[in-house]
Design a protein around this ligand. Structure first.
Ligand code: ATP
Ligand code: MG
Length: 364
């Protein structure tokens, strides 16, 4: 991937423009972390980049950058820019293209995200990013309060990088966050969730949650249950969101909403009861069990031992039931099925066609 990226830089250079790999990819490269998203910055305008790469450019959503598919890899190529004014502590309303790498770097969020690599693979470190990477520290480019106030998403990005990379926030960043954290209210729940998802899915998520709590961001993010996550055994994203219980504010898809609802319902029940295991399934019961710090091995074994796992496992069909009772189809079939199902799950009836027929003959 790096080889292709360097060839792409060379191609832009051959058209007499500057171009560098910048930001996350270089940071992760130094840390030995595999990264699959490469950002390039250049003094060529988006129009000039489109002229170089022609058909390989994807239609643009963002007018300041061009996405190019080069040798099968996707690159985000952004023109050196200054961001001028910000609305609602998030989106720059105006950008100005510039011809200067340094200026493009100082508008970025953290020093660790300002490193560049040129076409020879040489690292360019204009803002002391390397030192901060080596010391595992997150510093803003320039004054922290000003940087965070300009774009409040940076508050969450700081916590996200600290979590994922296992870095510390500098004192300046900590103080800046304390001063500006109310601005998180101006961000959309969608944006906040994107960052929180990245924090929660990190293997280091517990430290991320501790950091959010220490900084008092749980309150600003309107996730008052955050500390409860640390008291649980769940590391699953859906389990964490179930504990946070904020589906009326944060966006989830239909499937996630259903899972969160079921988990929060199943939590109130006994995870070893065969009916609950059968009804909500292994996944929901396991997550509920993790939240309650129960032994997942026992839940899994109990689930495996259930004599049936779904209606289709019941050793009888509607035709047979109708024949025994000499009746046309009707609502009664579902009632009988529910009854048999429960009797089998509680071990009162063996899941065997003859036994079930006998049970129906006697009872109905
Ligand atoms: P990753 O891709 O691993 O999430 P990244 O650092 O590459 O991390 P991106 O969101 O891909 O993050 O952004 C690319 C670069 O753009 C960053 O490295 C940083 O230099 C700059 N950047 C991104 N978001 C911001 C922001 N909100 N404010 C200032 N600079 C930013
Ligand atoms: Mg990136």
């Amino acid at each position: 991937m790096l080889t292709e990226a360097l060839k792409l830089l060379k191609k832009i250079n051959d058209h007499s423009y500057d171009a560098y790999i910048v930001g996350g990819f270089v940071r992760d490269y130094i840390l030995g972390i595999e990264s699959n998203d490469i950002d390039i910055n250049t003094n060529a305008t988006p129009k000039q980049i489109r002229e170089i790469f022609e058909d390989s450019c994807l239609p643009s959503e963002d007018y300041g950058s061009v996405t190019v598919i080069y040798k099968g890899i996707r690159f985000e190529i952004t023109t050196f820019r200054k961001e001028i004014t910000y609305i609602n502590n998030r989106k720059p309303v105006e950008i100005e293209y510039i011809n200067n790498l340094y200026e493009d770097l100082i508008r970025r969020d953290f020093t660790i995200n300002t490193l560049c690599m040129n076409k020879e693979g040489k690292i360019i470190d204009m803002l002391d990013g390397r030192k901060d990477i080596d010391n595992k520290i997150i510093n803003t480019v320039g004054d922290a309060s000003a940087k965070l106030e300009e774009d409040a998403l940076r508050i969450l990005r700081a916590v996200r990088f600290a979590t994922i990379l296992d870095f510390k926030l500098s004192d300046d960043v900590i103080n800046g966050i304390k001063k500006t954290k109310e601005l998180l209210h101006n961000l959309s729940y969608y944006r906040k969730k994107e960052e929180l998802d990245k924090i929660f899915t990190s293997p280091n998520y517990k430290n991320g949650i501790k950091l959010l709590l220490e900084l008092g961001l749980d309150k600003e993010l309107e996730i008052p249950n955050l500390s409860k996550v640390l008291d649980s055994n769940t590391s699953s994203l859906i389990g964490i969101w179930s504990i946070l219980d904020v589906t009326s504010k944060y966006p989830f898809n239909k499937n996630e909403l259903e899972l969160i609802r079921d988990i929060n319902y199943a939590i109130k029940l006994d995870q070893l009861n065969p009916i609950n295991l059968y009804k909500y399934g292994l996944y929901v019961n396991s997550v509920a069990g993790e939240i309650k710090k129960e032994d997942i091995k026992v839940i899994t074994e109990t689930y495996a031992k259930l004599s049936i796992h779904s209606k289709k496992d019941i050793d009888i069909d509607s035709e047979t039931i109708m024949k025994i009772l000499d009746k046309a189809p009707g609502k009664y079939l579902k009632e009988i099925y529910d009854d048999i199902e429960e009797a089998i799950l509680y071990g009162k009836l063996v899941n065997n066609k003859e036994e079930i027929c006998e049970y129906i003959r006697k009872k109905y």
